[in-house]
Design a protein around this ligand. Sequence first.
Ligand code: AMP
Ligand code: MG
Length: 428
Amino acid sequence: MTVLSFEDARRVVEEHAAKLSAPVTEWVGLQAASGRVLAEDVFADRDLPPFPRSTRDGYAVRSDDVAKLPATLDVIGEIKAGEQEEKIPTAVEPGQTVSIMTGAPVPSGADSVVMVEYTTRRGNRVEIARSTAPGENIVPCGAEAKRGSRLLGRGMRLNEAAIAVAASVGKSRLQVYARPRVAVLSTGDEIVDVETAPGPTQIRNSNSYSLAVQVSRAGGDPTLLPIAPDEPHRLKELIEEGLRFDLLLMTGGVSMGRYDLVEQVLAELHAEFFFTGAKIQPGKPVVFGRCENRHLWQHRPEVGQPASAGERPASGKTYFFGLPGNPVSTMVTFELFARPMIEALSAQIPRKLSFLHAKLRSEIRVKPGLRRFLPAILSGEFDQSEVELVSWQGSGDIAATARANCYVVIPPDRECIPRGEWVALLMP
Ligand code: AMP
Ligand code: MG
């Protein structure tokens, strides 16, 4: 038994994650790139903005001309966004101005833009009621990015802003890393599939479905394996199937009960165990390890490729997590330990675990010794954020977790957290 503190367990996962090699890459169109991990650097193909851009509707002026107010200037033209080059006045001379729209190029000679709100147009003349500083309401050519500069880096997860950047530099397709294929294996004699009518003592499989959501959100490609019974032979078969993926997530069967067989079967497969417990609640019996997978290919060629993507794990070993079966434990231990592994398998730049903070609405009392992650509701807005635990029946209470929107994190040395204290929140 290797039971680590939360921090040590997390460090062990991060250390292994840091040593993984990058997966294969593929090309995707921009609309399919959301949430994918960039496998190339993206550069500015020209200066951004490509011309001095007016940020206002108004008049492009020489700031000297509007130093003394009111100033009346000759309007020599109009420049709209996208104006043809030949229609743009080549110079704005002293005493002159050009009517200009947001997003239009500022002509040479003008050094600032007066907002239209501070002007009165009279035929070909305009009266200006505000002075401007040089540069006001203009983004200079290349101020956002110089041509050739790196705008997006390999290893970043593509969000809407990154995709907008790619579009703005003409990258209609992006090279991204293949999603890691993650096998999800629920275990337990009492567990039946969602389509099956459960007997009086049976429980529907919910963990495979919550895990599939979490895997996808972390950047992985989940495959649900059939439910494994608490029987070593079939359990071993399914674990071996799962070891053919890039990562195997198991739930249930890792506690101390007589029928908790996951560790036993993995030991028979000569797995290495990095920890078999963490001082957390929920989720204490969480297991992390690694197992050879080469022999699975040699001995069972008839099995063919894994169901999803069709490639063997890049290395000869597959990492696995045995997550405790209680549904809230499964969700919490995924976030804390499995997520960084999936992020690393998809070549994402590692994210540090960070917590929001909010004021506690009512006192919390717990037994010390474990770091706790308790389902809670964060409410209020702006600087009035408050958090309160949901009442629950323990880590099997899925309904309570569905009412919650975060977890309050309680350090292992705390017994009583008074109302009003700022507490850390894990946001799934
Ligand atoms: P175990 O970790 O196998 O001792 O299971 C702990 C608790 O979680 C038991 O009450 C199980 O019935 C429940 N459980 C285990 N696996 C699942 C699952 N896939 N879906 C829902 N509940 C589960
Ligand atoms: Mg079980």
